[in-house]
Design a protein around this ligand. Structure first.
Ligand SMILES: [Zn+2]
Length: 532
């Protein structure tokens, strides 16, 4: 899109904000909306499939459905007989699904010896209404653009209001500590909180427009939303830059807010939550009555233990750009600290057994299907690269009472590395490990490895360099990796900057580690982080 068109779109978006902010998002209305959608789920699924897939000649799913000989009428009968999940399981067995590699365009879609076309633009909703553009990192080539639609943000506000009520956080102050555009996380949280009449006290961002050399349109877009929101009466704070070394600013802000408020909810990544907990502990700031709404990376037992030791609590918010919010942390009897209620009204998940590319072994991966009208990206049995436990049970919390009885927990990635809420896909990292580093510093591809680590609850990536490589400038190794990761657009630069700030990468001089099966893999992904 040209700058002129982008700006015109943002101006339109700013106008839509007035309508968006008018009706406050309450928990009672949230419960009503969810109940209604759950009772109407089969019809929502069938209508969506008809509009976005069967009536959309460029849908990548259409040839797969034709190959599986599943006309719309067949699907209708299947849903009637076996329900939405039953129908999706049958479609998956018949080859109607996309692996993570196929969805990301890293592997061709081949079924029964035939190759099927799969263009990224085919996933866009047939309805091109305006929205804010957010991006996910591109694996070689341009980043994927996803639209943030105000109608979806509005719906999520009602869900958030329900979650605040379930966790008894109503009336608490809020703080957002998330990046500016092109990441959609900061701006969507900000808007949701405004609609809940819980506008954040402050908005901290780990990156600035200048340190990631952000495109002008993205800089203006953030300003547009902030100023337009203010015009319509919402107390929207401007983003304030807080670098990795300045976490004390957030801790001090929390201390001040807690003096005048019954409690504070902080929206940030689990790693950022751990950092502020560590800094607060050393500064003698008690975080009792602080709850982190933590998303963007796994909320592991080690991270939860660090958060609890500072007196705080955390709710897992599981989301990714293409699907939006997948689920919110349970407030009842949890099976694990990252236990969430699947938003069964807007998404559905089935599981597929598959072997993993980098970690070795077999996992039960999640396949996602959209149920929301006009999804940002239409997903039909699409793998996200995550796996975990999916189960149905009663937990006794408000979210379960409304009918959201499916839980997900122990959620991990099998093909990407995550730190500080930023995710880089495995293939980009493998290229750096196997090609860039040996060329620059000597040795063979097997002399290098990236290993996921958790230390004091903080996500770290060890860049393992075999002693056989000889003397290397360790800081230069980190610089080279970050420079490589920054390539490919705004989003990659922003993510690499967050990793630089938070010192996620660290060189370790030792022999690359082997898997349990004795294999040497370029990426050593922790399958089961140690319990504490
Ligand atoms: Zn629950």
């Amino acid at each position: 899109m040209s700058l002129h068109h982008e700006l015109a779109a943002y101006a339109g978006y700013a106008r839509d904000l007035r309508a968006f902010l008018r009706e406050p998002a309450t928990a009672a209305r949230g419960r009503e909306l969810i109940r209604q959608r759950l009772s109407d789920r089969d019809r929502l699924f069938l209508n969506l499939l008809r509009r976005e897939v069967y009536d959309n000649p460029v849908s990548p799913y259409l040839p797969l459905l034709q190959h599986a000989r599943c006309e719309y009428g067949d699907l209708d009968s299947m849903v009637g007989a076996h329900g939405v999940e039953g129908a999706l399981q049958r479609l998956c067995s018949a080859g109607v699904y996309l692996s993570h590699e196929e969805f990301k365009g890293q592997q061709p879609v081949v079924r029964g010896g035939r190759t099927f076309p799969c263009r990224p633009s085919g996933f866009n909703s047939v309805d091109h209404t305006r929205g804010l553009q957010a991006s996910t990192s591109g694996s070689r080539g341009p980043a994927t653009t996803t639209m943030i639609r105000l109608e979806h943000v509005a719906f999520n506000s009602f869900c958030h209001a329900m979650v605040f009520s379930a966790h008894r956080l109503q009336g608490w102050a809020t703080i957002v500590w998330m990046p500016i555009l092109p990441s959609g996380a900061g701006i969507t949280h900000l808007l949701q909180l405004c609609k809940m009449r819980a506008a954040p006290e402050r908005w901290f961002t780990p990156v600035t427009a200048s340190n990631v050399k952000l495109a002008l349109s993205k800089r203006l877009a953030t300003m547009y939303v902030v100023h337009a929101g203010r015009l319509f009466g919402s107390r929207i704070p401007s983003p304030e830059y807080v670098s990795g070394e300045q976490t004390i600013i957030v801790a001090e802000c929390l201390r001040d807010v807690l003096r005048r408020s019954p409690g504070c909810v902080v929206a940030c990544s689990p790693s950022a939550a751990v950092r502020v907990c560590q800094v607060s502990r050393s500064a003698g700031i008690n975080l009792h009555r602080v709850t982190f709404a933590a998303g963007g990376e796994p909320l592991t037992p080690a991270k939860m233990a660090e958060i609890r030791s500072a007196g705080a609590d955390a709710i897992n918010i599981y989301a990714f750009t293409e699907a939006g919010i997948v689920g919110f942390g349970c407030a009842g009897e949890k099976q694990a600290c990252d236990d969430i209620h699947l938003q069964q009204d807007s998404l559905t998940i089935i599981q597929r057994e598959r072997s993993t590319s980098f970690g070795g072994g077999v996992v039960n991966s999640f396949l996602f299907t959209s149920l929301l009208e006009r999804p940002s990206r239409m997903l039909l049995n699409v793998e996200s690269g995550d796996y975990g436990v999916l189960e149905t049970r009663q937990c006794g919390c408000e979210l379960g009472d409304v009918g959201l009885t499916q839980h997900l927990h122990t959620i991990r990635s099998f093909d990407k590395l995550t730190g500080e809420g930023m995710t880089f896909v495995g293939t980009d990292l493998v290229r750096i490990i196997e090609e860039v580093l040996p060329k620059r510093f000597g040795g063979a591809s097997t002399d290098y490895q990236m290993a996921e680590m958790e230390e004091g609850g903080r996500a770290r990536l060890d860049v393992v360099v075999s002693p056989e490589v000889g003397t290397v400038d360790e800081e230069e190794v980190v610089r080279v990796i970050l420079a490589e990761l920054s390539r490919g657009g705004d989003t990659n630069r922003m993510m690499a900057e967050v990793w630089r700030q938070a010192r996620v990468l660290r060189v370790k001089r030792e022999k690359p580690r082997l898997t349990d099966a004795g294999k040497l893999l370029p990426l050593h992904i922790t399958r089961n982080p140690p319990e504490r």
